[in-house]
Write a protein that binds this ligand. Structure first.
Ligand code: AVJ
Length: 334
């Protein structure tokens, strides 16, 4: 085991929390409270999707990925399996691979197995526990690979550890998580990635495509109710972490395709007029009022091209599946 090459996670200080203790996630308790209260005080209530991923939420998401209706994970895996050799050839030798939102870091193996002498792997994630485990396991599996975990919320600017000077920096952002960003935020994020990888860099980006609305609808309204549980877990989390008083049974999981904005929207809809307390603050709901918990944008080629090009990248290759449901895009700086 080459455990010596695993460094301690590199914590990114934020203005509110100058040092993040190693026992917690990158989202400190006070920033969770601030995010939640800001979202629930607003005229139109919303919560950021990054809050889904506490330990229970991360486990529910792993279950979602196995659902028959949830096509993105297996579709992207099929594309990556087929195209990893092509992607690895395009990326070249001595790559420093930076994965945004590494989670269980399963997909990255397909790339690491094909890359020619990869020099570093930088998993970035908010979940400290998962990050440490991933770092230890991947480091043991790939002797000679420098594993440099970063515990951070990548939706905000972050500082990376020092990488080998000769390494080509390649960002890996699979899972179509780019879909969680509104188009302007998505382009700001890609622009930051472009800056991070530099003029010789590259990016491998997973993108969910526009498709039959029924297929989309079913993927977010699974028969087993796992997506509903994932959505409602936000309420459970607030009850536990913020002394909130949500009666989970009075909130309904709602997910639909908004065609005009080309996105799936997830909401939690209150079935009654009620007042809930969150971190000591009263929040009122009218019957039928919702908390908007997630957007998942679906791209067509013109929308993707616009996004990529306004961010300083160009589309070098678009790899897709037999159903044309998903893309793995290889991007290089303009
Ligand atoms: C992790 C953002 C890609 O948008 O499909 C799955 C999250 N939400 N089911 C998605 C999710 C509901 C997922 N992403």
């Amino acid at each position: 085991m080459s455990a010596s090459s695993v460094r301690q996670p590199h914590f990114v200080p934020s203005p509110q929390a100058p040092s993040v203790p190693s026992s917690t996630s990158a989202l400190a308790a006070d920033s969770v409270r601030d995010l939640v209260l800001r979202g629930l005080r607003a005229q139109v209530k919303s919560l950021p999707p990054s809050l889904f991923y506490d330990a229970a939420g991360a486990a529910l998401f792993e279950q979602i990925c196995e659902l028959p209706e949830y096509y993105p994970t297996r579709t992207e895996l099929a594309i990556l399996t087929r195209c990893a050799p092509t992607l690895a050839r395009a990326a070249g030798p001595h790559v420093a691979l930076i994965e945004y939102g590494s989670g269980a870091a399963t997909k990255v193996r397909l790339l690491l197995d094909q890359l020619e002498t990869p020099s570093a792997y930088v998993p970035v994630d908010v979940s400290h526990e998962q990050l440490e485990q991933v770092a230890a396991v991947r480091s043991a599996q790939y002797p000679g690979l420098r594993v440099l975990p970063v515990c951070a919320d990548y939706t905000r600017p972050l500082t990376l550890p020092r990488l080998p000077d000769d390494a080509r920096r390649v960002a890996f952002f699979p899972g179509s998580t780019i879909g969680n960003f509104h188009p302007t935020e998505a382009s700001a994020f890609l622009h930051r990635v472009r800056h991070t990888v530099g003029p010789r860099g590259g990016m491998i980006l997973g993108v969910d495509r526009r498709k039959d609305p029924d297929v989309l609808h079913n993927a977010y309204n699974d028969a087993a109710g796992v997506t509903a549980a994932f959505n409602r877990n936000l309420l459970v989390r607030m009850n536990r972490e913020l002394q909130a008083t949500f009666d989970v049974d009075t909130f309904r999981h709602v997910a639909f395709f908004n065609d005009a904005l080309s996105r799936i929207e997830m909401h939690l809809e209150s079935s009654v007029d009620q007042t809930v307390h969150v971190a000591g603050e009263a929040i009122t709901f009218a019957a039928g009022e919702t908390i908007h918990t997630e957007c998942s944008y679906k791209y067509d080629e013109p929308r993707l091209r616009t996004l990529v090009e306004e961010s300083g990248f160009r589309i070098e290759a678009l790899h897709t599946d037999a159903c044309d449901w998903f893309w793995v895009a290889w991007l290089t700086p303009i």
